[in-house]
Design a protein around this ligand. Structure first.
Ligand code: ADP
Ligand code: MG
Length: 368
């Protein structure tokens, strides 16, 4: 186990910068999730940590050791990929034993270790089968077993669950998370799935277009996004974002949008002072609003209201997503339970003012 430190990593393919000036420290034993849309540079970053690729600029350290140019075999890392990289012509036992044979472990030690991981991953009864005789989930378990059997210093996983069906994916999330906690191995887990990131990571590192945008514990990244990108990438349904003007009203400050005005408590004046008379982006998560008379916001002290009209209802069973028309835009409100509001109904929407977000229109950075 080891701390992994990326220092100003840049990777160019020709003129194209796949990763730009990325600095990040993954703590010893931490489960770090690298999250971002397809093409943002996640796999490239992971390949540089593994040694399959080298950075154009910057350094990579495992503890005090500079590993920037070391080949994978000298780093004591293991990788698990999206496609189950298990060898079809080898039985499960031999698949798992393979990296140990490469490292010239004794027959006895190999048997002991394979037994240990097989128990951990509950695949003891599969050891005599060929991969062709396994389900996708079982094959991925074998791939994970093979990765951890050598007790790597660093475990690297690149979208390992994305080929599994939805139900299995949820089950495997919990299993991998528990396994990692038990082994206490420094883990870097790549995904484009924000739910996976939220549920698995000790911390999430959000990337876009080759850049690292924000790193923090899941709830912090969720509740205090520092940019519009992070705010809208994490959360489903995604955060509502509308144009508003910051105005002075009745001696206080208010946000004026198409079809609504929100009067804000005094402390917002300090925050928004320099934006008075300007336009900003207002962000509100669907669960930070409610419909008056239908449901109440819990643990909320400061609220404001806007009028809307029910445009559409998504009944999800456990939740209801109400699409409300406010001025020219549609805002989504997420309420617990089944709320059969009629389309066309006039509603009063109550907003939790301690959970609204404002972003600079030009920089798209959070105003904090
Ligand atoms: N070997 C390569 N040569 C040229 N471009 C590459 C190469 N590998 C990746 N890229 C480009 O770098 C960007 C990031 O790729 P990648 O790290 O695979 O993204 P992600 O894993 O986040 O989907 C993409 O635009 C991709 O096309
Ligand atoms: Mg990738």
């Amino acid at each position: 186990m080891v701390e992994v430190k990326l220092e100003k990593i840049t990777k160019r393919f020709g003129n194209f910068e796949a990763v730009k000036d990325l600095s990040l420290t993954i703590k010893d034993g931490e489960f770090l999730v690298l999250l971002g849309p397809s093409g943002c540079g996640k796999t490239t970053t992971l390949r540089m940590i593994s040694g399959l690729d080298t950075p154009t600029e910057g350094r990579i350290y495992f503890g005090d050791r500079d590993v920037t140019y070391l080949p994978p075999k000298d780093r004591n890392i293991s990788m698990v990929f999206q496609s189950y990289a298990v060898w079809p012509h080898m039985k499960v036992f031999d698949n798992i034993a393979f990296p140990l044979k490469v490292k010239k472990y004794s027959e006895d030690e190999i048997r002991k270790r394979v037994k240990w991981v097989a128990e951990l991953l509950q695949i003891e009864e599969l050891l005599d089968r060929y991969p062709g005789q396994l389900s996708g989930g079982q094959r991925q378990r074998v791939a994970v077993a093979r990765a951890i059997v050598v007790e790597p210093d660093v475990l690297l996983m690149d979208e390992p669950l994305s080929n599994l069906d939805a139900k299995l994916r949820v089950a495997m999330r919990a299993e991998i998370k528990k396994l990692q906690a038990k082994l206490d191995v420094t883990t870097i887990y790549v995904t484009h799935d924000q739910v996976e990131a939220m549920t698995m990571g000790d911390r999430i590192a959000v990337m876009n277009a080759g850049r690292l945008l924000q790193v923090g514990p899941p709830t912090e990244v969720y509740l205090k996004p520092r940019s519009l990108f992070v705010a809208t990438f994490i959360g489903a349904p995604e955060m509502n974002v509308v144009d508003v003007s910051v105005v002075e009203k009745d001696g206080g400050i208010a946000l004026e949008g198409d079809g609504f005005t929100l009067s804000l408590p005094d402390d917002f004046g300090e925050l928004l002072g320099e934006y008075t008379g300007k336009d900003v982006l207002l962000g509100i998560r669907p669960e930070h609003m409610t419909v008056k008379g239908v449901s109440t916001l819990e643990h909320v002290t400061r609220t404001a209201e806007m009028d809307g009209v029910v445009d559409f209802i998504e009944a999800l069973g456990t939740d209801t997503i109400i699409h409300a028309k406010i001025g020219g835009s549609i805002i989504k409100i997420k309420l617990p339970g089944h709320i059969p509001l009629p389309i066309g109904e006039n509603i009063k929407i109550e907003i939790d003012l301690d959970n609204i977000h404002m972003f600079d229109r030009d920089t798209k950075k959070a105003i904090v």
